[in-house]
Design a protein around this ligand. Structure first.
Ligand code: AMP
Length: 188
């Protein structure tokens, strides 16, 4: 399956300096949601480019408007969602995980200051790269806004997909392997 992360697509648009990327940069850094039109357009483009593909939507939809638009897009294609997976993590754990995370600037390998620190020799375990980056919005202030955006605009999707019979929840507090196994079980 192809992973479609709207966050990754938006970050890519920023780095490549497209007009849209420049427009959304400040919104993303503040932790607010970008407009539905922009993200729906990004998803539509990817679905059209691979008409027979199967997809994992990551970080999308995040509003009721996006969920309705996704439903309409899939209906037009005669496709459907197999499952909607909610990963449950309490806010304190989320904040401590996110403020500790970084990635290798070369290969994208993920690190965490507490659970998986960057090796003492300063080299990435996967590719040997020596530069690491943190997301501009992984700071406490942006995070507070991101959480508030979640509660105001995204959490209603839990009821929306529950009512459609699509919702499955997993405990996101466990180890990576445990969470992975719980998701695999749902997809099986
Ligand atoms: P993420 O990588 O999913 O944490 O997203 C990072 C940021 O990109 C979010 O805080 C939003 O500013 C923006 N973003 C990503 N996906 C969406 C979406 N589906 N709707 C609106 N904004 C989004």
């Amino acid at each position: 399956m192809t992973q479609l992360s709207t966050g990754d697509m938006l970050r890519e648009a920023r780095t490549s300096g497209t007009e849209m990327g420049n427009k959304v940069a400040a919104i993303m850094d503040a932790g607010e949601l970008v407009t539905d039109d922009i993200v729906i357009g990004l998803i539509e483009e990817k679905l059209e480019a691979d008409p027979n593909g199967s997809f994992i939507f990551d970080g999308f939809p995040r509003t009721l408007g996006q969920a309705d638009a996704l439903g309409a897009l899939l209906d037009r294609k005669g496709a459907k969602l197999d499952a909607v997976i909610e990963m449950q993590v309490d806010d304190d754990a989320l904040v401590s995980r996110i403020t500790a995370r970084s990635t290798c600037a070369n290969c994208g390998e993920g690190y965490n200051d507490i659970s998986k620190p960057i090796p003492a020799d300063g080299k990435c375990v996967k590719c040997g790269g020596t530069e690491f980056k943190r997301r501009a919005d992984d700071n406490e202030e942006s995070l507070r806004t991101r959480l508030m955006e979640y509660y105001k605009k995204t959490s209603p999707l839990i009821g929306y997909y529950y009512a459609k019979g699509d919702l499955q929840s997993v405990d996101g507090l466990g180890e990576i392997d445990e969470v992975k196994a719980a998701i695999a079980k749902i997809l099986d």
